[in-house]
Design a protein around this ligand. Structure first.
Ligand code: SAH
Length: 368
């Protein structure tokens, strides 16, 4: 039994079954035993690999995207460059190295990283120090925040790669009498967690897209309230103060049904209720819902585009050719493999999508 098992079983005994969102929030975010509080989950020795860890090309192209947006926004100085869930800091380090080509950009930007994990904050600081040591200094050292609500005011460029998938979702199942929440209860017979269906309706079911009401009995719909609140807040900020945000994740572009809640441990899918705190838990991102709330808040959503298409439009094939030409003998095959992983429809090219939220005055950001 993991320590969180104990905590959750006591909580269920006292207050009844948990929503999936409550379960995800504890399993990922518990300050002592949560998945992200206790480890660096990334890379070959961890549980999963992300795009910036596959190739430097990913962060470089996003850095150039930020620099081009800054130019289109009229070169505000200062400008916030923020990242949500920066992992090991690899994306931001590659982005800053590439963005040096835009004169004045590095001097104007103030770096803000939103990260809860102490382990990953340390990795991010080390990655950024190595960039600073190699080139022109940033005007100010980076700041860390626990939530995006702590970001200071001002024009904002924001990146979020594989962040929204970690935000809690609730699940509802279609029954003959409407949507009922799938909750997580305690099964004394097996001494473990199990799914239970709530008997009474819940007002949060009103957040399910009405077109899904014709789904067959048994169909599952997901509602990510935390993601929607965050996208609305980003939309409001960007409309009021200028800026652009790029949200990259696996997810779906149109409202749909399906159970996308999953656990990954050591690069394999695992039972998401088996060992809370020990596996990465995610749900696919509902891009249509994020775009809708950001639009209501005053920003203009662009996309979502498939990741492969977006990276090709930003010039990933040309960047790969440059790296290949300079590669030491034997390294160019690895560049091609990375290019395929990031862009191929059978790999990350289609499942991963890119949504931009932009200030109404800015027009379409690069790639859209
Ligand atoms: N963007 C990185 C890491 C993705 S993993 C990459 O592409 O490699 C998810 C990241 O989000 C981790 O850095 C994790 O610690 C952070 N994170 C997850 N949930 C969070 C939350 N609720 N608040 C702040 N950071 C969070």
């Amino acid at each position: 039994m993991t320590p969180l098992f104990e905590i959750l079983s006591r909580r269920i005994a006292a207050a009844g079954p948990l929503s999936l969102a409550e379960y995800m929030a504890e399993a990922l975010g518990h300050p002592r035993h949560g998945y992200y509080a206790t480890r660096d989950p990334l890379g070959a020795a961890g549980d999963f690999v992300t795009a910036p860890e596959i190739s430097q090309m990913f962060g470089e192209l996003l850095g150039l995207w930020c620099a081009a947006c800054w130019d289109r926004l009229g070169r505000p100085d200062p400008v916030l460059l923020a990242e949500l869930g920066p992992g090991r800091g690899t994306l931001m380090a590659d982005a800053l190295r590439a963005a040096r080509v835009m004169p004045g950009f590095l001097g104007a930007l103030r770096l803000h990283l939103v990260e809860t994990s102490p382990v990953l904050r340390a990795a991010q600081a080390a990655a950024l120090e190595s960039v600073a040591a190699a080139g022109p200094e940033l005007a100010a050292p980076p700041s860390w925040h626990a939530t995006a609500a702590e970001l200071p005011d001002g024009p904002l460029l924001l990146l979020a790669n594989e962040f929204f998938d970690a935000l809690p979702v609730r699940q509802f199942q279609r029954t003959p009498v409407g949507w009922r929440e799938r909750r997580i209860g305690w099964d004394a017979d097996i001494g473990g967690l199990r799914w239970v269906l709530a008997a009474a309706p819940d007002p949060a079911a009103a957040l399910i897209d009405p077109t899904l009401d014709s789904a067959p009995v048994g169909a599952i719909a997901e509602v990510g309230l935390a993601g929607r609140v965050l996208a609305a807040e980003l939309g409001r900020r960007i409309a009021a103060e200028g800026g652009a945000a790029l949200i990259i994740d696996y997810g779906y572009a149109a409202p749909g049904t399906g159970d996308t809640f999953q656990a990954v441990r050591r690069h394999r899918f695992a039972d998401p209720l088996a060992a809370p705190g020990e596996a990465d838990l995610t749900a696919h991102v509902d891009f249509a819902a994020l775009a809708a709330v950001a639009r209501q808040a005053g920003a203009v959503p662009h996309g979502p585009l498939p990741q492969g298409e977006f990276l090709r439009r930003l010039g990933i094939a040309e960047r790969a050719a440059m790296l290949r030409a300079r590669a030491v003998p034997g390294r160019s095959a690895a560049i091609d493999t990375a290019l395929d992983r990031l862009t191929d429809p059978d790999q990350m090219g289609t499942l991963f999508k890119v949504l931009a939220l932009a200030a109404p005055t800015m027009g379409a950001p690069p790639g859209f």
